[in-house]
Design a binder for this molecule. Structure first.
Ligand code: XMP
Length: 535
């Protein structure tokens, strides 16, 4: 295994992710662990290498952390990244200088001599025959004198010591960030370190992660009870399946049906979790309550606030009921959440107003404190694609795990203006037809369905009536808009160029099958300036 010591960089988990991508087991621990802890950790001989992460701190601030001396005495390879390299240089007798200028952004690094870490890894060769790497830099301080035993491994014009190596002791330092994708060969460098230099075996798989996570959850909660808010979305579903695997009936899921879910969604969630996994799920049918509070409200933010607030109310009432009814008087002590790593970063950094709104809804903020519950977040270190892989490994159906995202407020933001039960019913049926046809239609060149070729697709209900003709009669009915986008990060998005034949089929099915809708339009707006959702 590989130990990653975290000095507080925003991207430490990316290092872990790259190590997992190389199929090697790793753990992230804070950098201020003691020497005794390090020796204890390495005692069983499984520790094959240590990576020191970056940090925003400066090595010369009084309060800044150093690496525990023990990591340099274990006899295993050590890789220092950015601040990690500076800490290594400083602690092993080199010199680090405070930079007056921050270097931030792409840089071309020249590799010097032959080091096992960079041998054969390069992006291009200069006319002088120098091997070059295109990397991402983000630092203020820099190493200005190599520690004894080290040789120069890499340099740039502004950072003459951008990499250093002591191949005898197998200590390496890089000033750039191999863990971010802007460093093109970064994954190859980290793989070289963990596989070839540390000599780990590439045999770690998601199945192993389940075993480790199960052990961790059991150790954490012991015999105490856990409550989890199940939404039917990917993250809470995977968290529920994982925790259920670990502690079975000690877990109770609360599934709040706010009446704004997709067609048959509630039943599907129950079939899966109760029918197949035999988990304890309390389904709270709160549709009337939500719709009651939404009556007469048409302003989008006001609608979101009501849905968020009601959700917390309903969930809280259930949790309190559960605690009170527990015969052993040993009620739930834990609240489990499907928080994933991008959520952790999002809530830590400065974010747009929208991001804050998104968080405040789906993370039931403040609930653990109000309920006096401890927080259990077993997916905290995973990225979305890893969560999906984990879900499949846990036996959740592929279609559930690879579903498009669905906003917490559900159809509440897809029914423009006032939300009414009648509108929700029409929209649900139109949306289901659209999704069904997206899944049916395959793209000829790739063989993939249009559902898989789009990142998010849904129908939007427009509460305006237009005239149509059906058979011999005139109709005066509502309109739905179809929305399908392609995006990698949901911050920007292109409208999907769906085949006309697909649009034609969807439109004709909706108009024929959903009485009350007589017109279908397709949204051809990109984000920005439009957003993905209409509200
Ligand atoms: P927009 O409309 O801002 O949406 O382009 C970007 C992504 O965020 C989703 N979204 C939400 N998700 N609660 C959520 O859990 C919300 O309140 C919310 N609003 C938007 C949206 O579906 C899209 O994927």
């Amino acid at each position: 295994k590989i130990l990653i010591l975290d000095f507080g960089s925003q991207v430490t988990q990316l290092i872990a992710r790259r190590v997992r991508d190389a199929h090697v087991f790793c753990e992230v621990h804070p950098c201020d662990v003691t020497n005794e802890w390090v020796h204890e950790y390495a005692k069983d001989g499984r520790l094959k290498g240590v990576i020191l992460s970056g940090s925003h701190a400066s090595i010369y601030e009084e309060t800044t952390d150093k690496a525990p001396r023990a990591v340099f005495d274990l006899g295993v390879p050590v890789l220092g990244i950015c601040y990690g390299m500076q800490a290594m240089a400083h602690q092993l007798g080199g010199v680090v200088q405070s930079g007056h200028k921050r270097e931030f952004g792409p840089a071309d690094v020249r590799a010097h001599g032959h080091t096992q870490l960079l041998e054969g890894i390069q992006d291009y060769t200069t006319s002088m025959g120098h091997g070059m790497l295109q990397v991402w830099m983000s630092h203020g301080d820099k190493v200005t004198e190599l520690p004894p035993g080290f040789k120069l491994m890499a340099s740039t014009d502004s950072c003459p010591i951008a990499g250093m190596a002591d191949e005898e002791r197998r200590f390496y330092g890089v000033q750039f960030h191999p863990e971010v994708t802007h460093t093109k060969r970064g994954a190859a460098i980290l793989e070289r370190f963990v596989l070839d230099i540390c000599g780990t075996r590439a045999d770690w798989i998601m199945g192993d992660y389940i075993d480790e996570a199960v052990e961790k959850i059991r150790a954490q909660v012991g015999s105490e009870e856990v409550i989890l808010g199940l939404s039917g979305g990917v993250d809470s579903s995977v968290a529920a399946a994982l925790i259920h695997r670990a502690i079975g009936d000690q877990l109770t899921c609360v599934f709040v049906d706010h009446g704004l879910l997709r067609l048959n969604e509630g039943d599907m969630v129950m079939d899966m979790f109760v029918g197949k996994l035999h988990a304890k799920v309390i389904r709270v049918d709160a549709a009337e309550q939500f719709l009651g509070h939404l009556a007469g409200v048409s302003e989008p933010e006001a609608k979101r606030k009501i849905i968020g607030r009601e959700f917390v109310e309903v969930f809280k009432a259930q949790a309190q009921k559960l605690r009170a009814s527990d015969a052993t008087n040993n009620g739930a002590k834990w609240l489990a959440q499907g928080t994933i790593y991008p959520d952790v970063i999002e809530s830590g950094g400065a974010k747009s107003k929208k991001a804050v709104t998104i968080k405040s809804h789906h993370n039931v903020g403040g609930l653990p404190e109000q309920l006096g519950l401890k927080l259990l977040e077993p997916l905290r270190e995973l990225f979305k694609d890893e969560v999906r892989e984990l879900g499949v490994a846990l036996g959740l159906p592929h279609d559930m795990v690879y579903r498009h995202p669905f906003p917490g407020p559900g159809l509440g933001v897809r029914i423009l203006g006032e939300v009414k039960k009648e509108y929700a019913e029409l929209l649900r049926r139109a949306d289901a037809i659209f999704i069904e046809e997206l899944r049916n239609f395959k793209d000829e060149t790739t063989g993939k369905s249009w559902y898989d070729l789009t990142s998010q697709a849904f129908a939007v209900f427009l509460p305006v009536k237009s005239v149509g003709v059906m058979g011999d009669g005139r109709t005066y009915d509502y309109v739905v808009a179809l929305r399908a986008v392609q995006t990698s990060d949901f911050m920007t998005a292109d409208w999907a160029e769906l085949p006309y034949a697909l649009l034609k089929k969807v439109s004709s099915r909706i108009i024929n099958e959903v009485r009350g809708i007589n017109r279908v339009t397709y949204d051809v707006s990109s984000k920005p300036p439009a957003t993905i959702e209409w509200e």
